[in-house]
Design a protein around this ligand. Structure first.
Ligand SMILES: Cc1cc2nc3c(=O)[nH]c(=O)nc-3n(C[C@H](O)[C@H](O)[C@H](O)COP(=O)(O)OP(=O)(O)OC[C@H]3O[C@@H](n4cnc5c(N)ncnc54)[C@H](O)[C@@H]3O)c2cc1C
Length: 494
């Protein structure tokens, strides 16, 4: 049976691959000139930048994708280990780096928390059990009923997941140092909540990084996208680029096809949208009254923050920056509050810097450096009608000033190539609702069966995949999302 996939992000490509393996004939419509979505590439003067994701973990998820298609990841993508992993820095000079090497990790944390080893071991064992439980019973299945979802867990397992305790509180069970708690809790930024309100189960995020390491595909994250695209094409998935879907045509309570920019309609009785769920419902399915209830529900969905990103090509080496660094503020709690509920640049300005050329020097011209800076900011409607040029200039100055304070010799005059994506650019380039970088947030009532489902109950043949539906955001999760959507289609449509 033919299926149309609107959007060639990693979620859409994963759905396409799994559907093709299940025997469907699949056509992907991607609006941009390249697939990959947020995981895209900018090339200028010999510098190659990844636009979005830079931290790749859980490589086993990608292994499974290739194996499901009878192929081997290593024949398509070369993964380079990134060691040490993420480094954290505070204005008062406190710093440490994470590592998948247990001895190196303990040695790095010891200066911030004396006798850290017992707490660290207990943390790893506890978060490891949560991780196994989450993937075995919660993340990898299509379950719509909360009771069925929770009933898959024994009481002991439910308690172990710490869904009722906050992430920050959970970390406090193992670590006395506020810096370790703040570092591990800062992953909440990507999940759209503060560590003071996200469920404790998300201690699996730092755990996953420690246990499975961080990786950089050769050629950058886009090297992985190219591998996944090649796999899809090898299987016979048809991929059209520069092919925007203007409308998903419907009639009689069912999907009828996709209308392309220019007006041509291709008939399909099955459509998977990889476009953000609220955007799909409001814009692609705009005239379908049946979906009014969904749209009202979408309006209440909390999204992860917006993102402002800088891509700097620097001639020569940059001192004082490893591959991954997160710069945290002293006003940690206030910064999260500002990010989620505020209307301007967050206090203390937390940000993340990635220097991928430190691991793969081919990403920059000889001896040069690629610098990617991600600054989370409130969603577009919260920021209001701001002058993004001015906000960008202010944030850039503050980022460079903070880097300088940490001994990094990156100054404005050393930046030979610069690109900037404001949340507006993210919205307009990739259809991201409200400029939200990571899609719907992962608060307790927006995960599992509480999250937007990967099908529309109201509309036959209409399916969703990607960061705003189940199981959640991040590259590994959207690869799983594609698998879950394909399983859903096979189960419902045969
Ligand atoms: C700045 C940033 C940093 C990130 N960092 C990380 C990280 O370090 N690690 C990690 O794992 N994850 C990270 N993420 C999250 C990760 O990028 C996403 O969760 C994931 O890539 C989302 O994939 P997707 O398939 O759901 O959606 P998308 O990548 O958004 O794909 C949707 C696709 O649909 C296309 N499209 C939109 N409208 C139409 C239309 N009308 N017709 C046809 N096509 C259309 C878009 O062009 C796009 O290609 C980051 C995200 C951002 C923005």
């Amino acid at each position: 049976m033919p299926v149309a996939v609107a959007g060639g992000g990693l979620g859409g490509l994963s759905a396409a691959i799994h559907l093709r393996v299940a025997g469907y004939s699949v056509r992907v419509y991607e609006a941009n000139t390249r697939v990959g979505g947020r995981a895209n590439r900018i090339e200028t003067d010999g510098f190659r930048f990844d636009t979005g994701p830079s931290l790749l973990n859980y490589p086993w998820v990608f292994d499974e994708l290739f194996r499901a298609a009878g192929a081997r990841l290593e024949d398509y993508v070369e993964l380079l280990p990134v060691e040490p992993g993420v480094a954290f820095q505070w204005p008062n000079g406190t710093r440490f780096a994470l590592s998948s090497d247990l001895a190196a990790l303990a040695a790095s944390l010891e200066p911030v928390e004396r006798d850290v080893a017992p707490g660290l071991m207990r943390f790893l064992s506890d978060a490891g059990a949560k991780y196994d439980l989450a993937f075995a019973k919660l993340v990898s299945r299509n379950v719509d009923n909360p009771l069925v979802w929770f009933a898959s867990l024994r009481m002991r397992e439910l308690k172990r997941l710490s869904v009722w305790r906050s992430l920050y509180g959970e970390l406090g069970r193992f670590f006395r140092s506020r810096h370790i708690r703040e570092a591990f809790g800062s992953y909440g930024m990507y999940l759209g909540g503060s560590p003071f309100e996200l469920p404790g189960v998300f201690s699996i995020l730092p755990y996953g990084e420690l246990a499975y390491g961080l990786w950089l595909p050769r050629g950058g994250i886009y090297g992985l996208v190219e591998g996944v695209e090649r796999l899809a094409r090898d299987l016979g998935v048809e991929i059209l680029t520069g092919a925007r879907v203007e409308r998903i045509e419907t009639g009689g309570g069912a999907v009828k096809g996709v209308r392309r920019a220019g007006g041509d309609v291709d008939a399909f009785s099955l459509v998977v949208s990889n476009v953000d769920v609220p955007v799909t419902d409001a814009q692609l399915l705009g005239h379908e009254r049946l979906l009014d209830r969904r749209r009202r529900k979408n309006a209440r969905v909390r999204m992860t923050p917006g993102v402002l990103t800088f891509y700097w090509g620097v001639r020569g080496a940059v001192r004082g920056l490893g591959h991954h660094t997160i710069f945290l503020p002293e006003e940690y709690r206030a910064a999260f509050r500002d990010l989620i509920r505020g209307t301007g640049i967050p206090r203390g300005l937390p940000f993340y810097v990635s220097v991928a050329s430190a691991t793969d020097p081919t990403l920059a011209p000889a001896g040069g450096t690629t610098v990617f800076v991600l600054v989370p900011v409130p969603l577009l409607h919260r920021m209001g009608d701001v002058d993004w040029e001015q906000v960008t200039a202010e944030i850039k100055a503050r980022v460079l000033e903070r880097l300088g304070r940490h001994g990094c010799d990156l100054t404005a005059d050393r930046i030979a190539v610069e690109h900037v994506y404001t949340p507006r650019d993210w919205r307009d380039r990739f259809g991201l609702h409200e400029g939200s970088g990571f899609g719907a947030a992962h608060t307790l009532f927006q995960v599992g069966p509480f999250r937007a489902r990967n099908y529309a109950r109201e509309l036959r043949g209409m399916y969703y995949t990607g960061a705003s539906t189940t199981p959640g955001t991040g590259m590994p999760m959207v690869i799983l999302s594609g698998k879950l959507t394909a399983e859903r289609i096979v189960a419902r449509e045969g």
